[in-house]
Design a protein around this ligand. Structure first.
Ligand code: SF4
Length: 417
């Protein structure tokens, strides 16, 4: 497990939603945001519950109008995860959301800055024991008046950074805003400082982590569609998390929020920061040695595993004999292709050699069977020790694969030792 930066810890939720802890030794929390209108109660509830089922620990909703905070009263009783109200411009929306029973408030220092207004939100949250996220966004803090002069002055503080002026501006705004909270002796706070620039995000959070002990919510904002947005987000968040920085994350892009959650979870699984739920799929990228229609096979396997398998089975789907046995060695269930057939292994034992059109069904049958045996205590995931005897000789590659697939060559074996 990667070391984590020690921080304060906050709790969100109640008995019904479960308590989600953020900070220090708590698992890194995954959150996302609904894309529909909050006032459309039924659709909003459906969306929140769909995101919770996808693995979101918290779901944030926008409350730009009074009808949104009114809707929160109904929404909150029908959802299974804590809800965060995202408030901009109108501090009264925050007060209304608190009164409606929301579990956390997000404020933007760039558009709610009046001290008295912020104090009234702090007092309302304190009365209900709710935390507040202070979310600075690069896009909403850059000052319009004397902008160039101000940026030049601020840039001197972080001159070693490419965008030192922005880092200085974001941190200065964060410090000023947090003074209001600390003057009120309110420390149930999470902080964030997002930008669309992944390298700026890395730099600004690195600096923030040295200055504050509040838990950090990581994110890259305005990251574009999934194709680029997930890469931008994972570049920044992965670098920070690998250095122990970050307590809750949102991967955000213009796309399905359930995909945001899936990508965030995969990032945390890859870094060993969360325990994997469901199967882990390994698949080769394919090349000119491909022996079956692997892309279709992989997508079909992925969909079924996501729907049916709850235990963290490691499943490998490989296009030929070159790397197939190697992945079979490390997987719980594996198939590698040869001459339009699939050779299937379960925990190192060869269990089948089937034609291409039977691979999907047989592989999934083996996955289900192994999951059943693990649940019954008859097998254990990862409980295998296998070795590969290299193919020596298999002659011409093509003929070797044909002979292996036909079961005529035993030099390529994966078996227990
Ligand atoms: S396993 Fe075979 S088909 Fe897949 S990428 Fe490797 S060499 Fe190519």
């Amino acid at each position: 497990m990667l070391p984590r930066r020690p921080t304060r810890q906050i709790s969100i939720g109640n008995e019904r939603t479960g308590i989600v802890r953020i900070g220090s030794d708590a698992p890194v929390v995954v959150q996302t945001m609904t894309t529909g209108y909050t006032w459309a109660v039924d659709d909003c509830v459906t969306e929140i519950n769909r995101l919770a089922a996808a693995g979101a620990d918290l779901v944030r909703v926008a409350v730009p109008e009074r009808k949104d905070t009114v809707a929160l009263r109904e929404i909150i009783n029908q959802t299974s995860v804590p809800i965060v109200a995202d408030v901009h411009f109108h501090f009264k929306r925050a007060i209304e959301a608190v009164e409606a029973g929301v579990h956390k408030i997000r404020l933007n220092p760039g558009n709610i800055s009046d001290r008295e207004q912020v104090n009234s939100v702090i007092d309302a949250c304190r009365d209900r024991g709710l935390p507040i996220r202070v979310g600075v966004n690069e896009g909403s803090i850059v000052e319009r008046k004397d902008k160039q002069k101000r940026l030049r002055e601020l840039g001197k503080f972080f001159s070693e950074h490419k965008q030192g002026h922005l880092i200085a501006l974001m941190i200065t705004r964060m410090e000023e805003y947090l003074d209001i909270f600390e003057d009120r002796d309110f420390r149930d706070v999470v902080i964030s400082a997002k930008s669309m620039d992944a390298s700026l995000v890395i730099d600004v959070y690195s600096e923030i982590s040295k200055r504050f002990d509040y838990p950090l919510h990581l994110g890259v904002t305005h990251a574009g569609p999934r194709e680029t947005g997930s890469i931008r987000s994972i570049t920044a968040l992965g670098a920070l998390l690998a250095n122990g920085i970050g307590d809750t994350i949102r991967i955000s892009y213009a796309g399905d929020a359930a995909d945001e959650v899936a990508d965030a979870l995969e990032l945390l699984y890859c870094l060993g920061l969360r325990t994997r739920k469901g199967a882990e799929l390994i698949a080769c990228p394919t090349c000119g040695r491909i022996q079956v229609d692997l892309f279709t096979l992989v997508q079909n396997v992925r969909r079924t595993l996501a729907d049916e398998i709850e235990l963290p089975l490691k499943v490998a789907v490989m296009g030929c004999v070159v790397n197939g046995p190697g992945e079979a060695e490390g997987a719980d269930v594996a198939v590698f292709a040869g001459d339009r057939r699939g050779i299937i292994y379960v925990q190192g034992q060869r269990v089948a050699n089937v034609p291409e059109h039977e691979i999907l069904d047989r592989l999934l049958e083996e996955c289900r069977g192994l999951e059943r045996r693990v649940r019954a205590g008859e097998a254990k995931l990862g409980d295998k020790k296998v070795e590969i005897v290299p193919p020596d000789p298999i002659g011409e590659l093509g003929s070797g694969i044909k002979r292996i697939a036909a079961g005529q060559v035993e030099q390529v074996t994966v078996g227990r030792t």
